[in-house]
Write a protein that binds this ligand. Structure first.
Ligand code: DQA
Length: 153
């Protein structure tokens, strides 16, 4: 299927640039650039064009969400620890107005209690957690299905 709206921005939040140095039992041993390479391949096999954004600064993450509608038709976002408490990111995601999937590399529901809460979940069409790099394929598939159904509406 050819999608005219196929641009997916993948946003990585705080500390995700440290992949490769973080607890391998939770995050594996791949680096952020290895992860992005895999996501690019997964995206192109699904007919999706992927772009990437990372920052450790909450305001920059917010401002990227403000601009998102100009550059993307959907977003996969892993805000890292911000997921659990940043109402600023929650409000900016609402403003972005594109379909969003929340993703976590580790299984946030089987870790500390505070990681179980997400302030962005209610705005997302789906949530993937604990599936490592492969989880990104699932997130892209969810967005692809959403963009395809938007196209026939
Ligand atoms: C994370 C889970 C968060 O709880 C944590 O703060 C992260 C990464 C994940 O991808 O598993 O930094 O979002």
């Amino acid at each position: 299927m050819n999608l005219s709206h196929n641009r997916i921005d993948v946003m990585h939040g705080v500390n995700l640039d440290q992949l490769g140095r973080r607890d391998p039992a939770q995050y594996g041993s791949f680096t952020l650039s290895e992860l992005e390479r895999r996501i690019t391949e997964m995206g192109s096999s699904l007919g999706l064009a992927t772009s990437f954004f990372h920052t450790n600064h909450e305001g920059q993450f917010v401002e990227h969400l403000h601009r998102l509608t100009e550059i993307a038709d959907g977003v996969v976002l892993n805000p890292g620890a911000w997921t659990h408490y940043s109402y600023a990111i929650r409000d900016a995601l609402e403003l972005a107005g594109v379909p969003a999937v929340e993703i976590h590399i580790s299984d946030v529901d089987s870790r500390e209690q505070w990681r179980r809460h997400s302030v962005i979940a209610e705005l997302c069409i789906g949530r993937v957690s604990g599936k490592g790099t492969e989880g990104y394929r699932e997130a892209l598939e969810l967005l692809r299905a959403e963009l395809s159904s938007e196209a026939v509406r």
